[in-house]
Write a protein that binds this ligand. Structure first.
Ligand code: GLC
Length: 530
């Protein structure tokens, strides 16, 4: 089995993680000092958010140069040392690769906008009018009114799918395609294990289409995969494509495009199922999810650095999600919700564990978002998505143990429920009944159960809708995963004649006949051999 198929991923925002030089920003030296923690937690692969030089108007997704490290984070040598240290500990690391656009401060764009005759002009997409590609939706609806922005220097418009300061690269230009392969080579030569490839559906534009998922885009992505396979076999390409299952499937190609894709549609449905105490939406979307080629895997997640996206639900379901989880409209952003997992669950430990249990037992490799393993909160007073990107809370002490600087890049969460006095790594590491230990227990149980990676999925349809219960089976074994979505205890009848053990709490002893699930309870049961 390829390494990523049963890996546990940890999404890590370097600026928020650990500040070694007291400048208020996390950095590589800080991360190196804290690798013990990630190893202890059982993380297999770290996914680093963008670390490139950047004006930071989109937190580094606005790249100012593909060939360096943001000065806040250290030197390129620091990066290399960090990669080596991660590998020495038996973990892996992938980084964000932003292929669709650059910052408007990138030298390519600076040169391109200089004149219509600039040799770099064709690196970007220009037009005399702002009415082309009118069928392409706007993604950042709260900030942008058009995908075109007028550039007074040459009196033409340039194309951008995200912020207006992020011009899209022109993939019709072979030089752009080659330039991106050069970037890929540079970073893979540094020894990283692959990329989370950002915003992949939008690379090409064609009149009369939505400008998403175009055949030309897939052609380039296959070229990228071929390049990686040829020169760097075993490295991972993970796609960020916020699309429905059918379209997502195309990003795996015939096993010759991405190794992994985030399963965007399943994520909001886990929240919906819990709020409605009804499994139907989760069952439906996974039943609609086609089988993926050999050697491929889904990446599943509960939260990430962006808003909890509601793009892949119906308008009715979006309203339901907003009413339920963001009744206060300050929590809404674009088509999503800018909150972290713990506050979304009202801080209810049972619900947080239940959500994690579904994440760990349904198909796919789980991707955790830094801080959610201790139940960190968010800060809605911060703009955009910054409220879910606050410093990791290490200790109940100054700067939460993140930094000793007088001023931090972001305030630490300090409220009475989720603040660092109450919620921090140190206290939870010391307490075997903490959320952190519960999450860690799931991580290690999961690693011992490779059937959870690619085993079949068989629903227990006869049970009440308030349950999400299913078998995972493969040649490597079987797991019966039981979840109670309701606020009442439920007794679940088990198949007669089978004796089970408990994969999360092996000391519980054999289970047979039936099993009680407490309100929001979950169990991972293993049929005993023989
Ligand atoms: C991706 C990133 C998001 C960023 C956007 C534009 O969707 O996840 O954080 O803002 O790309 O770069």
């Amino acid at each position: 089995m390829q390494w990523y198929i049963n890996a546990v991923f940890y999404e890590l925002y370097l600026r928020a993680f650990a500040d070694s030089n007291a400048d208020g920003h996390g950095d590589f030296a800080g991360l190196r000092q804290r690798l013990d923690y990630l190893e202890w937690l059982g993380v297999d692969c770290i996914w680093l958010l963008p670390i490139y030089p950047s004006p930071l108007r989109d937190d580094g997704y606005d790249i100012g140069s593909f060939y360096g490290i943001h000065p806040d984070y250290g030197f390129l040598e620091d990066f290399r040392m960090t990669v080596d240290e991660i590998h020495r500990r038996g973990m892996r690391i992938i980084t964000d690769l932003v292929v669709n656009h650059t910052s408007d401060q990138h030298p390519w764009f600076q040169e391109a906008r200089r004149s219509k005759d600039s040799p770099m002009r064709d690196f970007y997409v220009w037009s005399d009018t702002d009415d082309r590609y009118a069928d392409a939706r706007i993604i950042f609806v709260d900030t942008e009114t058009s995908n075109w922005t007028f550039d007074p220097v040459t009196s033409q418009y340039y194309w951008h799918r995200f912020f207006s300061h992020q011009p899209d690269l022109n993939y019709d230009n072979p030089k752009v395609r080659q330039a991106m392969l050069d970037v890929v080579r540079f970073w893979l030569d540094m020894g990283i294990d692959g990329f989370r490839v950002d915003a992949v559906p939008y690379l090409y534009e064609r009149e009369g289409t939505s400008c998403e998922n175009l055949p030309e885009t897939h052609d380039f992505l296959k070229e990228l995969r071929h390049f990686v396979d040829t020169h760097y076999p075993g490295r991972l390409l993970l796609a960020e494509a916020n699309q429905w299952p059918q379209e997502l499937l195309d990003y795996f190609g015939a096993g010759d495009e991405f190794h992994m894709c985030f399963h965007f549609p399943v994520m909001p449905r886990l929240y919906m199922a819990l709020a409605r105490q009804d499994r139907s939406s989760v069952v439906q979307i996974l039943d609609d999810t086609p089988a993926i080629p050999e050697g491929c895997q889904w990446a599943v997640f509960l939260r990430n650095h962006d808003e909890l996206t509601l793009e892949m639900v119906t308008p009715e379901d979006r309203d339901f999600m907003w009413q339920t989880y963001a009744a206060d409209t300050h929590y809404r952003l674009n088509l999503g919700i800018r909150r972290r997992l713990a506050p979304l669950m009202d801080g209810d430990r049972r619900k947080i564990e239940l959500m994690n249990s579904m994440l760990f037992t349904l198909p796919g490799a789980p991707v955790l978002y830094y801080g959610d393993e201790i139940g960190m909160g968010d800060d809605v007073t911060l703009p955009d998505r910054n409220g879910v990107r606050t410093p990791l809370q290490w200790i109940d002490g100054p700067g939460a143990g993140f930094s000793t600087a007088p001023a931090l890049y972001s305030p630490v969460i300090g409220d009475a429920v989720y603040g660092y006095h109450q919620v921090n790594v140190q206290a939870q590491q010391a307490d075997s009944t903490s959320l952190l230990h519960a999450v860690r227990r799931m991580i290690f149980a999961r690693k011992n159960l490779p059937v959870l990676a690619r085993g079949s999925l068989e629903w227990l349809h006869d049970l009440p809708l308030q349950t999400l219960c299913f078998w995972r089976r493969s040649a490597e074994g079987a797991v019966l995963a039981l979840h109670n979505l309701s606020d009442q205890p439920l007794d679940i009848p088990l198949e007669p004649g089978i004796v089970f053990s408990d994969a999360l709490y092996p000391d519980v002893g054999p289970v047979s006949g039936s099993v009680r699930l407490e309100a929001y309870g979950c169990r991972w049961l293993l049929p005993e051999a023989g």
